[in-house]
Design a protein around this ligand. Structure first.
Ligand SMILES: Cc1cc2nc3c(=O)[nH]c(=O)nc-3n(C[C@H](O)[C@H](O)[C@H](O)COP(=O)(O)OP(=O)(O)OC[C@H]3O[C@@H](n4cnc5c(N)ncnc54)[C@H](O)[C@@H]3O)c2cc1C
Length: 380
C-alpha cells in the first residue's frame, strides 16, 4: 500500500467521525480522517459534554449505555476527565412530578437505573438546588459528564498516536468518486469512505441531503466563570421544561398537562425551544443552555433575550457560587425529524452518517459499533 491508500477514509473529525475511526482502527483497518479546519470546531466541541442515557427511549437506551462504556474506557486510555455524575430532573409542579412518577413506573424494568427522590433526598444530592417549592426529582445513576473541548483533543491525539489513524487537517474534501476522495490539491484512495460532515450539507452530496428532508438546529449556550477551587456541581441538572424535549418521556400520557401549562404560562420558551440543562467542565466552569431554532437559513447572530430567558428559568431551580457568564456561543446540529440518525449510501463504497441530532455525544460510539458491524439499516 502506498501512503495515499486507506481501508477507511472519514470526512469530518467530530464525534461521528471519531467514533467511526475508533471502531475501524480497533478492527485493525488502516484509517484516515480528513478535517477541513485546523481542528474540530463543530457541534462536538460546543456541547454540554453530557453522556445522557436517561434522555433516550427504550429503543436506543442500550446504544447509549454501550457508548457510555466506550467513553469511560477512552477517558482512561486517552487521559481526559470523565465524571460519573448521574443526573437529576427536578419537579416544582405536581404535573411534572406526575410525569416523573409515570416514567419510573413504566421504565423501571427496562434497564434504566432510576428512582424517585423526595425533596429532602434531592437536596442531599446537590447543594445548588432551590429548595423552595421543590416537589421531588427523578434520579438517574448512569449519566457521565465530560468536557467536550478537552475530550475531543485527547481522542484525536489517542487515535493518532496509539491507534495509527492518519489525520489530514486543513483539508476540505470537495469531491468523492469512490474509491477516490479529493481536496482541491490532492486525491486519496479508500476501500470505504464515511462522510461524517455534521452541519455541512452543501459540499458533498448536497442533492442527497436536500432529498432527505434533514434540517439544522441552532442552540445558544453559555458558560460561567470558574467556580471556587474544588467546588463540584455533582449531578447534571434539568427541570420541568426538559421533559418536553427528550423522547424518553414522550410515551408518558401525563406529559400533556405539562405541555399545556408551558404553552400557556411560558410561550416565549416554546417559541425559542428553550429548556435548561446544566453541566460542569473539568476546570470547574458551569455550562448552561439551551435554545432550539430549526431551519436551513439560521441567523448567524445570537439573541441576548434568549440567553436571558435561559438564565431566568435556571434561577428557578439552581444557583452557583459564581453566576458571572464568561462565554456565550452557538452550535448547530443536523436533525432528521423522527429519526435518531441519517444513514445513506450515495454510491458504492460511500456511507453518509449524519443527523445524530441532540444526542450525538450520547449515541455515536454505540452507533459506530453497530454500523461497522453492519447492524444499521441504510435508509436512503
Ligand atoms: C449546543 C449543543 C449542545 C449539545 N449537547 C449535547 C450533549 O450534552 N450530549 C449529547 O449527547 N449531544 C449533544 N449535542 C449534540 C452533539 O454535539 C452532536 O450530535 C454531535 O456533536 C454531532 O457530531 P458530528 O460529528 O456529526 O458533527 P460536527 O461535530 O459538527 O463535526 C463535523 C466535522 O466535519 C467537518 N467537515 C464537514 N465537511 C467537511 C469536508 N467536506 N471536508 C473536511 N471536513 C469536513 C467539519 O469541519 C466538522 O469538524 C449538542 C449539540 C449542540 C450544538
Amino acid at each position: 500500500m502506498t501512503k495515499q491508500q486507506f481501508d477507511i477514509a472519514i470526512v469530518g473529525s467530530g464525534i461521528v467521525g471519531m467514533a467511526t475511526a475508533y471502531e475501524a482502527a480497533k478492527q485493525g483497518l488502516k484509517v484516515a480522517i480528513f478535517e477541513r479546519h485546523p481542528r474540530a470546531i463543530g457541534a462536538t466541541i460546543r456541547n454540554f459534554g453530557m453522556i445522557w442515557p436517561i434522555g433516550q427511549p427504550v429503543e436506543t437506551f442500550d446504544r447509549a449505555m454501550r457508548a457510555r462504556q466506550t467513553w469511560l474506557q477512552l477517558s482512561h486510555a486517552a487521559g481526559f476527565w470523565a465524571a460519573k455524575t448521574g443526573a437529576l430532573c427536578l419537579a416544582y409542579h405536581d404535573d411534572e412530578m406526575a410525569v416523573l412518577e409515570e416514567f419510573v413506573e413504566t421504565r423501571k424494568d427496562s434497564g434504566y437505573q432510576i428512582s424517585l427522590l423526595t425533596p429532602e433526598e434531592t437536596l442531599a444530592k446537590s447543594k445548588v438546588i432551590n429548595a423552595k417549592g421543590l416537589k421531588g426529582a427523578l434520579w438517574s445513576a448512569t449519566e457521565v459528564n465530560i468536557d467536550p473541548r478537552e475530550a475531543t483533543q485527547a481522542i484525536h491525539q489517542y487515535l493518532r498516536e496509539e491507534m495509527g489513524v492518519a489525520f489530514f487537517y486543513k483539508t476540505a474534501i470537495t469531491q468523492i468518486d469512490s474509491p477516490w476522495l479529493s481536496s482541491s490539491e490532492q486525491s486519496w484512495r479508500a476501500e470505504r469512505i464515511y462522510v461524517c460532515s455534521g452541519a455541512d450539507f452543501e459540499t458533498l452530496y448536497p442533492e442527497i441531503f436536500a432529498k432527505s428532508g434533514i434540517t439544522k438546529c441552532k442552540l445558544q449556550m453559555m458558560r460561567t466563570t470558574h467556580q471556587p477551587d474544588g467546588w463540584h456541581l455533582g449531578p447534571t441538572l434539568c427541570a420541568g421544561l426538559t421533559l418536553q424535549f427528550y423522547s424518553a418521556f414522550a410515551h408518558c400520557s401525563s406529559l400533556d398537562a405539562v405541555k399545556k401549562r408551558f404553552a400557556t404560562d411560558l410561550p416565549a420558551y416554546n417559541e425559542w425551544g428553550i429548556h435548561v440543562l446544566v453541566s460542569q467542565t473539568s476546570f470547574g466552569e458551569i455550562t448552561i443552555g439551551d435554545s432550539h431554532e430549526y431551519g436551513l437559513d439560521l441567523s448567524p447572530f445570537d439573541r441576548t433575550d434568549i440567553n436571558q430567558l435561559i438564565l431566568d428559568y435556571l434561577k428557578t431551580f439552581a444557583a452557583f457560587p459564581r453566576m458571572e457568564i464568561a462565554e456565550t456561543w452557538n452550535g448547530i446540529y443536523p436533525k432528521l425529524d423522527g429519526k435518531t440518525e441519517f444513514i445513506a449510501e450515495p454510491e458504492d463504497g460511500v456511507t453518509i452518517v449524519n443527523g445524530v441530532g441532540g444526542a450525538g455525544m450520547t449515541l455515536s460510539f454505540g452507533l459506530a459499533e453497530e454500523l461497522l458491524g453492519a447492524g444499521v439499516k441504510v435508509i436512503a
